[in-house]
Design a binder for this molecule. Structure first.
Ligand code: UD1
Ligand code: UDP
Length: 362
C-alpha cells in the first residue's frame, strides 16, 4: 500500500519517526513536510537524530497567519496527492499541518488516518482544539492513545474505525532514551546535577501572544529558587522581542535561557529534572513517562489522566504560585498507571492499516 504522511511541526517528526520505522516494513511511504517548522533546531535536527528518511517533498510553507499558512499547505498538499495518488494518508496530532492534510485527503476521497486522535481540551479558543475536532471528523481511522481519547470520540458519535493503540510518543521515548543516554552530554555541558533543576518550555499562543501573561511566566521562572533551564521556542523568542522584553531572553542568576535542543538532549534533560514546567502536550506526557512531576502552565489539559494521578499540576492563572508549587512537589505520588500503552503503538498502527486495507476501496 502507498501511504502519504503529512508532517510539519517538531512533535510530528518525533511521532512519525516511530511509526515510519514500522510502516516501512510493509508499505511504501511518501513523506510530505509542509515546512511549518523550518529552523534547524525545530526540524532537521530530528531527521538527523532519529534516522527518518528525508522528506520526499518539502512544501516550504513557513510561518504566516492561520488562514494563509493553512491555505498554502492545502494548495501544495493537493498538488502532491494528485501526483502521487496514495492509497491512504496519515496525519499526526493537532497542528495546522494535521488539519491541512486531513482536509485535502478527505476531499480527494483518499482515506485519512489520524494518529493521536480523540484528544480534547474543551477549549475552543485553542487553534489546536479546532484542528483536532475537524481532523477527527473527516478521518476514517482514528488511532487513540488513551481511554479518555476513545471516550471523547464516542461522546461525539465517532465509534467506527477507532483503535486504541497507545501513545506513539511512548514508543519513541522507550526506543530513544537508550541511545540518548549514551550520546548526550547535556548535563555535563550545562553543569547540571540530576534532580536538582527545573526544565521549562513555553510556546502556546495563550501564553505567548499577550505581553502581560508572557512577562508573568518569565518572572515566575526567574523565581523558581533552584537552577532552571528554559528552552526558548521560536514563537516565544519572537514574542519577547516584539514586546520589547529582550532583556528577559538572557540567562541570569540561576536561570539559563537557551535555544531548543535536539530530542536526545531533551530526553536526558527531562528524565533528570526535578520538576518540569511546561505548556507543551508532548512534554507533559514525557514528564509522566519519566516519573517527573510536571507543572502545566495552562488552565486545562488534554492529558487529564496525568493530573488525576497526581503527577501533573495545572498552574492555571496562579503564575505567582509557581515557585511555591515547585517546593511542594518534593513528595511524589505513589501510583503510576500505564496510561500510554506498552510501547507498541506504532506496530499496532502498521498492523491495523494492513487489516483495514478494505477501507480504501470504498
Ligand atoms: C505549532 C502548533 C502547536 C504545536 C507546536 C509545536 C499550530 C496552530 N500550532 O505551534 O500546536 O504545539 O507547533 O512546537 O499548528 N517559528 C520560527 N521558526 C520555526 C517555526 C516557527 O521562527 O521553525 C516562529 C515564527 O515566528 C512563527 C511562530 O514561531 O510565526 C509560530 O510558529 P507556528 O508553526 O505558527 O506555531 P507554533 O507556535 O510553532
Ligand atoms: N522537544 C525537543 N527539544 C526541545 C523541546 C521539545 O526535542 O527543545 C521535544 C519534546 O521532547 C517532545 C516534543 O518536542 O517530544 C514536544 O514538542 P512541542 O512542545 O513543540 O509541541 P507539543 O507537544 O506541545 O505539540
Amino acid at each position: 500500500m502507498k501511504i502519504l504522511t503529512v508532517v510539519g511541526a517538531r512533535p510530528q517528526f518525533i511521532k512519525a519517526a516511530a511509526v515510519s520505522r514500522e510502516l516501512r516494513k510493509a508499505h511504501a511511504e511518501v513523506l510530505v513536510h509542509t515546512g511549518q517548522h523550518y529552523d534547524f533546531l525545530m526540524s532537521e535536527v530530528f531527521f538527523r537524530e532519529l534516522d527518518v528518511p528525508a522528506p520526499d517533498y518539502n512544501l516550504e510553507v513557513g510561518s504566516a497567519s492561520h488562514a494563509i499558512q493553512s491555505a498554502q499547505m492545502m494548495i501544495r498538499i493537493e498538488e502532491v496527492v494528485t501526483k502521487e495518488k496514495p492509497d491512504r494518508m496519515l496525519v499526526y496530532g493537532d497542528t495546522n499541518s494535521t488539519l491541512a492534510g486531513a482536509l485535502v485527503g478527505s476531499k480527494l476521497q483518499i482515506p485519512v488516518a489520524h494518529v493521536e486522535a480523540g484528544l480534547r481540551s474543551f477549549n475552543k479558543s485553542m487553534p489546536e482544539e479546532i484542528n483536532r475536532i475537524l481532523t477527527d471528523h473527516v478521518c476514517d481511522l482514528l488511532f487513540t492513545p488513551t481511554d479518555t481519547a476513545s471516550r471523547n470520540l464516542a461522546r461525539e458519535g465517532i465509534t467506527e474505525g477507532v483503535y486504541q493503540v497507545g501513545d506513539v510518543m511512548y514508543d519513541a521515548l522507550l526506543h530513544n532514551i537508550v541511545i540518548a543516554e549514551k550520546r548526550s552530554s547535556i548535563l555535563d555541558r550545562l553543569k547540571l546535577q540530576p534532580r536538582d533543576y527545573v526544565l521549562a518550555t513555553i510556546h502556546r499562543a495563550a501564553n505567548t501572544d499577550g505581553r502581560v501573561r508572557l512577562e508573568a511566566i518569565m518572572n515566575a521562572i526567574a523565581r523558581v529558587g533552584i537552577a532552571a533551564i528554559l528552552l526558548l521556542h521560536p514563537r516565544t523568542r519572537d514574542r519577547l522581542k516584539e514586546f520589547g522584553l529582550e532583556g528577559m531572553m538572557h540567562s541570569s542568576g540561576n536561570v539559563r535561557i537557551m535555544d531548543p535542543v535536539g530530542y536526545f538532549d531533551m530526553l536526558v534533560l527531562e528524565k533528570n529534572a526535578r520538576v518540569i514546567l511546561t505548556d507543551s502536550g508532548g512534554v507533559q506526557k514525557e514528564a509522566y513517562m519519566f516519573k517527573v512531576v510536571c507543572i502545566t502552565v495552562r488552565e486545562e489539559t488534554e492529558w487529564v489522566e496525568t493530573v488525576e494521578a497526581g503527577w501533573n499540576i495545572l498552574a492555571g492563572n496562579s503564575l505567582d504560585l509557581i515557585p511555591e508549587l515547585i517546593q511542594k512537589t518534593r513528595t511524589e505520588p505513589q501510583s503510576h498507571p500505564d496510561f500510554y500503552g506498552d510501547g507498541t503503538a506504532a506496530k499496532r498502527i502498521a498492523q491495523t492499516l494492513e487489516l483495514r486495507r478494505d477501507g480504501i476501496s470504498k
